[in-house]
Design a binder for this molecule. Structure first.
Ligand code: FAD
Length: 316
C-alpha cells in the first residue's frame, strides 16, 4: 500500500513508524529483527531504511603514503527492506539518494525495487561526502532530489532513459522537509519554494528533519499549507540520550536545541538520568503532536530502539 493511504485508512488516528540504519558493514539480519521485533507491537504500517553513499577514507600504506579508498559504511538497504517485508508483512520504505548514482544506476535500482514489490521510496539528494566541501553529484547522476523524483515519475509512466519504453512502475514518493530550513538554502522561503516544486513534481508526502521544539513543526506546517502544499507532513522524532548529542546533533543536522532540554541533559547526574530526561522530553513532544492530530509519529531509532520503545509505550 502507498504510505499516504495508511493515513487515509486511519481516519484521523495517529500512526507510528520507525526508521532504521543498516548496520556498519553488513552482519546478521537477526540484529535488525532484534531491533524491530519489540517495536512491532505498535503496528507500524511502514519502516524506513536509510541509504548511505560511499565515502572516501585515507588508508596509510606500508610505504608511509596514504591511499584514498572509497568505502561504503552501511550497505544493505535493499536487502534489509526485502527481509522486513518477508518477516513482518509491513511495507518497507528504502531511502534513495542522488549521490553516488548515475541515472542508469538509479533506473536499475528502481527496477530491482519494483521486482521486490517495494513501491514506496523516500527520494533524497544525499549529503556531501566527508572530504567534499559541498555535495557533488555522480557524473551523469541526478543533482537535486527533484531530478530523482522526475526520473521516478517518468518510470511510473513507462518512460525509461534514452527514450526507451518499459513496464510502468507504481512508486509512491516521499521527500524530506526542514522545519528549521535546509542548511544550504539561502532562506526559509526559497527552501519552501523548492519543497513545493518537489510536491508539484509528484512527491506525495513529507517526512521532516528531527526537531525538539514542536512550535517549529507547527509553524512549518502552517507555512507549507499557506504555500499550497497539501500532502501529509510527518514529524521526524529522535530521542536525546547522551551529553555529546547536544553538540553533535546541531552540527550534523543544523537544528536548534531548546534551553530546557539542554539544561535538563546537562544537569543530569549520570547516563541513566540523561536517558530519563530525553525520554520525558520526547514523550511530551509526541503527546502534543498526537493531540494536534498529526498523521504519524516517525521515530529515528538510530541505535536507541529500546528508548523509542519506552517512549511509544507512553504515547499510544
Ligand atoms: P534537495 O531537495 O535536493 O535540496 C538540497 C538543497 O538544495 C536545499 O538547500 C534546497 O533548498 C536546494 N534546492 C532544491 N532544489 C533546488 C533547485 N532546483 N535549485 C537550487 N537549489 C535547490 N541522507 C542520506 O544520505 N541518506 C538517507 O537515507 C537520508 N535520509 C533522510 C531522511 C530524512 C527524513 C531527512 C530529513 C533527511 C535525510 N537525509 C538522508 C539527508 C538528506 O540527504 C540531506 O538533508 C541533503 O542535504 C538534502 O536532501 P534533500 O532531498 O532535501 O535535497
Amino acid at each position: 500500500m502507498k504510505v499516504p493511504e495508511y493515513f487515509e485508512k486511519a481516519e484521523g488516528r495517529t500512526l507510528v513508524s520507525f526508521e532504521i540504519l543498516p548496520p556498519l558493514k553488513g552482519g546478521d539480519i537477526q540484529s535488525i529483527f532484534d531491533t524491530l521485533d519489540p517495536l512491532m507491537e505498535f503496528k507500524p504500517p511502514f519502516i524506513d531504511v536509510t541509504y548511505h553513499r560511499e565515502d572516501f577514507i585515507y588508508k596509510k600504506q606500508s610505504s608511509g603514503f596514504f591511499e584514498k579508498v572509497a568505502v561504503r559504511k552501511r550497505p544493505g538497504t535493499v536487502g534489509i527492506c526485502a527481509s522486513i517485508i518477508h518477516r513482518y508483512g509491513v511495507d518497507a520504505v528504502p531511502h534513495l539518494i542522488c549521490g553516488g548514482f548515475t541515472r542508469e544506476e538509479t533506473e536499475n535500482a528502481l527496477i530491482d525495487l519494483n521486482f521486490l514489490n517495494i513501491n514506496n521510496v523516500l527520494a533524497l539528494r544525499g549529503d556531501a561526502r566527508q572530504f567534499d566541501s559541498k555535495f557533488v553529484p555522480e557524473e551523469g547522476g541526478n543533482k537535486y532530489a527533484i531530478d530523482l523524483i522526475r526520473q521516478i515519475k517518468d518510470m511510473n509512466e513507462g518512460k525509461y532513459l534514452h527514450g526507451e519504453e518499459g513496464a510502468k512502475t507504481n512508486f509512491c514518493i516521499g521527500i524530506a522537509g526542514y522545519p528549521e530550513k535546509h542548511f544550504e538554502a539561502p532562506n526559509a522561503n526559497l527552501d519552501l519554494k523548492f519543497t513545493k516544486a518537489k510536491i508539484d513534481a509528484g512527491a506525495e508526502y513529507i517526512v521532516t528533519q528531527m526537531f525538539f521544539d514542536n512550535q517549529k513543526y507547527f509553524d512549518y506546517v502552517e507555512r507549507c499549507r499557506a504555500a499550497g502544499i497539501t500532502v501529509p507532513i510527518i514529524p521526524g522524532l529522535k530521542p536525546i540520550t547522551k551529553q555529546y548529542q547536544l553538540t553533535s546533533i546541531p552540527r550534523l543536522f543544523h537544528i536548534d536545541m531548546p534551553d530546557d532540554l539542554v539544561n535538563g541533559i546537562s544537569k543530569a547526574k549520570n547516563a541513566e538520568e540523561r536517558k530519563e530526561v530525553g525520554i520525558e522530553w520526547l514523550v511530551a513532544q509526541s503527546k502534543e503532536l498526537k493531540e494536534k492530530g498529526v498523521p504519524c509519529l516517525h521515530y529515528y531509532t538510530m541505535g536507541d530502539a529500546d528508548v523509542v520503545h519506552k517512549i511509544v509505550s507512553q504515547v499510544l
